[in-house]
Ligand binder design. Structure first.
Ligand SMILES: [Zn+2]
Length: 106
């Protein structure tokens, strides 16, 4: 009797939501071909994913040319693309007219 167990890892890879159309420069090979991926590595037993390596998927910038992946936190140029929040919420409008001061005419 021979039992054959196969253990390994499997990485679920998909395009990160909100970055589907974002292509950036690879910092390894320099090609403008890197995409933003969500990657989640699982421990597999008999080809069935059973235990995730991490609680959440990684957000990574991956290059299909040189197969180089790096964490998106090292690429602030990528994350800043979609976060152009206008900074006009503070310090504008001047002083509001004081309330409750009704001019008295005699
Ligand atoms: Zn590359």
């Amino acid at each position: 009797m021979f039992f054959f167990f196969t253990c390994g890892t499997h990485i679920f890879t998909k395009n990160l939501k909100g970055y589907e159309n974002v292509t950036v420069q690879c910092q390894n090979c320099g090609n403008i071909s890197a995409r933003v991926f969500s990657r989640w590595q699982w421990f597999t037993f008999c080809f069935v994913p059973v235990i995730p390596f991490s609680l959440k998927p990684w957000k990574e910038v991956g290059c299909p040319v040189c197969n180089f992946y790096q964490d998106i936190k090292f690429r602030p140029d990528v994350t800043n693309r979609n976060d152009n929040v206008p900074m006009d919420a503070y310090g504008h409008g001047g002083a509001a007219p004081p309330a409750g001061q009704i001019p008295q005419y005699k």
